[in-house]
Design a protein around this ligand. Structure first.
Ligand code: GLU
Length: 510
């Protein structure tokens, strides 16, 4: 029997969750669900200098909003915890020690000043930032250059030190990426990365391997930016656990903005969100807008992210999560960068708003109304309005403008647009229309349309010229869904009051 699929998302809690991060979550989630596996979230917080308070909770909030709940995590529990690397600190030391004992890693005692000197002394035009590697390690203060007694002495005195991997010379390492196929590296081009830092914390390079092993991860999917680290990880895997236990890897393509890799600044510059949800940086207080607050439905956000770097090979674009789980395969994820197009993102949202039932949209719309101080108690009426205007809404915030007039009389009536084509005939027509609308007992859109058309015919007026003034009288301007649908929903009394009031305004304006 093959092993149960186990995948992980391993964010560092350093700030807002970029849409590239959510796409990584999504592809992991889809893969896990498709194969009946587990989706694990592991918090990679070993770099204390980059730790940002609140970022961890924020990540879980984003996942919850997207409907991508982990099976195991700090918040969800599980059998292979702790799921926060800072709480696993003691564990990594043992593996770093094992690498030293095997001769694959070494202690390095160089101070920051010594490292700086090394860079200064060795930099050339071709190599402006020399690395701690096979060419330079022999000139530095480490357990490869010092005697055993010196090393022991330094360690006994608790001299600050790190543990570095000893990259082998001239070896070719390869692995098969599920998206990219075979990928190879020459170890001579890779520096001796730090595995354990002076504060006893592991770096990502050690922790990712140890944790993927201990958490029984079968597939490790991450962003393309981690590809250059792969040779280090391959070696750590080989030395500590053996390649046969290694997860299968895939590296997702970058998400591109208008000017290369999509950055937070692109969002601010071009006026579209880059984070899943609003993120307020606790230090600077800077607020970066999220897709949620911009007015995206989570279904649409997930759908648009799925298609940002993957397609099924058909014309289909609108997918619900279950359809994505069915259709998704890692082999169909593209290897080249995926361009983010905000107009297309809005298209997805519009499609999802149109497709969603009024009851699904209700809480989102209520939320938008609250923000706009629009109070509506009648849920039935609100659902009817939602159904009527949803076609016209691209963002959830559009519901406010598209439906405010149902619940509040328009604060302004564009009488200028009516007056430019007003005539005594129209004046007479609207007086009769008000009369007939008062008399009818059948307050439906069809009936109201019939009354207007019959009346127009009897007075030899063109229907087209009457609809616009009627609309403006009811909603205040030239917008909104079908005018008879509006009147039907407003109800007889409210419609008549608006017509009478607007007519008085027009008379004043003549
Ligand atoms: N902590 C890494 C990050 O923040 C995780 C990379 C990985 O998934 O291995 O992206």
């Amino acid at each position: 029997m093959s092993k149960k699929v186990r995948v992980r998302f391993a964010p560092s809690p350093t700030g807002g969750l970029h849409l590239g991060g959510v796409r990584t979550v999504l592809y992991n989630y889809l893969f896990a669900k498709k194969h009946g596996g587990d989706f694990i979230v592991r918090i990679e917080d070993t770099d204390q200098s980059r730790y940002v308070p609140g970022a961890e909770e924020y990540i879980f909030d984003c996942l919850r909003w997207c409907g991508l709940e982990p099976d195991e995590s700090v918040q969800h529990g599980g059998n292979v915890g702790p799921y926060r690397q800072s709480e696993r600190k003691a564990l990594y030391k043992k593996y770093a020690q094992q690498l030293i004992d095997q001769g694959h890693a070494y202690y390095a005692f160089d101070t920051p000043e010594e490292l700086e000197q090394m860079r200064e002394k060795n930099k050339t035009a071709e190599n402006p930032s020399p690395q701690y590697d096979q060419h330079l390690r022999h000139k530095m203060r480490n357990s490869l250059t010092l005697t055993e007694a010196e090393v022991k002495n330094l360690l006994d005195q608790n001299t600050p030190h790190v543990i570095r991997i000893k990259m082998p010379e001239g070896k070719t390492l390869s692995f098969t990426d599920l998206i990219r196929g075979e990928v190879s590296f020459d170890t001579s081009t890779v520096d001796d990365k730090v595995l354990l830092k002076a504060d006893g914390m592991p770096t990502y390079h050690l922790a990712v391997v140890v944790d993927d092993y201990l958490m029984k991860i079968t597939h490790a999917f991450r962003g393309e930016e981690w590809l250059p680290s792969a040779p280090v990880h391959l070696l750590v895997w080989q030395y500590l656990f053996g390649w046969e236990h290694m997860p299968q890897w895939a590296h997702f393509p970058l998400i591109l903005g208008p000017t290369g890799k999509l950055s937070k600044r692109d969002g601010a510059k071009y006026g579209f969100p880059v984070f899943a949800m609003n993120w307020k940086d606790p230090k600077s207080g800077e607020l970066t807008e999220g897709f949620k607050e911009k007015g995206f439905l989570p279904e649409a956000f997930v759908n648009l992210l799925a298609l940002l770097g993957w397609n099924e090979g058909t014309e289909k674009e609108v997918y619900a999560i279950d359809e994505l789980i069915n259709a998704f395969s890692m082999e169909r994820v593209h290897s080249s960068g995926a361009k983010f197009d905000y107009e297309k993102a809005k298209w997805f949202n519009h499609e999802w708003i149109k497709k969603s039932s009024a009851s699904r949209l209700l809480p989102f719309v209520r939320n938008q109304f609250e923000k706009a101080n629009l109070i509506v108690a009648d849920t039935d009426q609100l659902e009817k309005v939602i159904d009527l205007v949803k076609e016209r809404c691209t963002l959830l915030s559009d519901f406010v403008e598209q439906s405010r007039f149902f619940f509040e009389r328009p604060s302004q009536i564009d009488t200028a647009s009516i007056l430019s084509k007003w005539s005594p005939e129209k004046e007479a027509f609207f007086s009769s229309l008000i009369h007939y609308y008062e008399q009818t007992h059948q307050w439906t859109a069809q009936e109201l349309e019939k009354i207007l058309k019959d009346l127009a015919l009897s007075q030899s007026l063109k229907v087209g010229e009457l609809m616009l003034p009627l609309r403006i009288m009811l909603v205040g301007g030239k917008f909104g869904p079908g005018v008879f649908d509006i009147a039907a929903l407003l109800g007889q009394q409210e419609t008549l009051q608006r017509l009478v009031q607007a007519k008085q305004l027009i008379l004043k304006g003549i």
